[in-house]
Design a protein around this ligand. Structure first.
Ligand code: F0G
Length: 377
């Protein structure tokens, strides 16, 4: 098998690149689709839940899928600098890909409101960090304005190449399952990722020779063509934090608040695309409190051995609740996107953990007592 060299190389025929496009890649993509074992058992429901562990991308989030495309196209166009507003992950990714390309990255982040790991990444990769006394939405507004005044390429998801890169997650899921899932659950912040997945699923569906996009008389949604691609598209389900839930409120939110800082966004840029994805797929949006988000993060870490950041865990909170209440029926195949790695935000993890942090003398008897006292009975 040839060495994996990143998603642009792999999906070159489905992405807007040419033979001579200078590809900027860190071998992103190709992330594992892990089948959950213990949570479905605990739910006592016959469902197949998979997590697409995007935290295993090179900078620890799904942003790398979009960033390889955005930076590749920026370099192809001769750009010497990129800029983004970010709740953390986009800035980490932009910084890394700019470093790789040998160009500058300017990142606008809300002061004091991004997780430590993300800040460390942006700093280590040598980006120019502009902390603003305002939230992501204010940063996004400034970035849109500044691009008219300075020679910088915006690499937020309003850059269409970002969504092109991110759509490849849907291709990988279809390849791994041999079909699209019945439900795809994911966190929604700026709303680019849910929109990108819908593009990816829709393009795959469009390869059907019968040109149908839903289950048809020929295949009932489960046919396979020579490409191994199925026709049916999943129902898209987007989850938001209650304090930052414009899709639930039906209007933009001016002062978004949530512990899941990655999705602390009140004015999503892909608002209409995300609504279209949910409507066309017959999906829905729902919301969760910060407490529920943290419980889901812990559940996944403790029961499945998978560590994701708080924003990502909302997809698990949502899938579990909607399986329990029957909105997602038994027999379903569900994919939850885990958008970012848990190590991005160690502070929130340590604060909420109830794991015993014992302190003993460096003596055999003390260690032995600590072990025996804490054995699971
Ligand atoms: N999960 C994580 C870990 C994120 O970092 C983001 C977005 C989302 C989910 C939501 O995805 O915006 O496409 O709906 N983070 C952006 C950033 C905004 O700046 O890193 P979305």
């Amino acid at each position: 098998m040839p060495r994996y060299t990143g998603l642009i190389d792999k999906y070159r025929d489905r992405l807007p690149v040419h033979d001579d496009t200078p590809i900027i890649s860190l071998s992103e993509g190709n992330t594992p689709l892990i089948r959950l074992a213990n949570i479905p058992r605990q739910l006592k429901k016959s469902v197949d839940i998979y997590v697409k562990y995007e935290g295993l991308n090179p900078t620890g989030s799904f942003k790398d899928r979009g960033m390889t495309m955005a930076v590749t196209k920026a370099v192809e166009a001769g750009s010497k600098a990129i800029i983004c507003a970010s709740t953390g992950n986009t800035s980490a990714s932009a910084a890394a890909y700019a470093a790789r390309a040998g160009i500058s990255a300017f990142v606008l982040i809300p002061e004091g409101k991004i997780a430590q790991g993300k800040l460390a990444q942006a700093m280590m990769h040598g980006s120019i960090i502009i902390q603003i006394q305002g939230n992501f939405d204010a940063g996004m507004q400034l970035v849109k304005e500044i691009a008219d005044h300075a020679p910088v390429t915006i690499v937020n998801s309003i850059n269409p190449f970002r969504l092109q890169g991110q759509k490849t997650a849907a291709f990988e899921i279809i390849e791994a399952l041999g079909r699209a899932p019945d439900f795809h659950c994911l966190p929604v912040g700026n709303a680019g990722n849910i929109s990108a997945h819908w593009i990816g699923y829709s393009e795959s569906a469009a390869t059907c020779p019968e040109k149908v996009t839903e289950a048809c008389a020929f295949c009932n949604g489960h046919c396979r063509f020579a490409t191994g691609i199925t026709v049916k598209r999943p129902r898209m389900v987007g989850y938001q934090a209650s304090g930052a839930a414009p899709f639930l409120r039906g209007h933009m939110v001016d002062h978004p608040e949530t512990i899941a800082t990655a999705i602390r966004i009140g004015h999503p840029q892909s608002y209409h695309q995300a609504w279209a994805a949910v409507r066309e797929s017959n999906g829905w949006f729902d919301e969760f409190s910060d407490d529920d988000i943290l419980l889901a993060q812990k559940l996944l870490a403790e029961k499945e051995g998978i560590f994701c950041e708080p924003a990502s865990a909302i997809s698990i909170a949502g899938a579990v609740r909607d399986i329990q209440n029957g909105k997602i029926p038994e027999g379903s195949t569900i994919v939850c996107t885990l958008t970012g790695h848990g190590l991005k935000d160690p502070d929130t993890a340590i604060k909420q953990s109830t794991a015993p942090l014992l302190k003993v003398k460096a003596e055999l008897n003390e260690v032995k007592a600590a072990i025996l006292d804490n054995m699971v009975k």
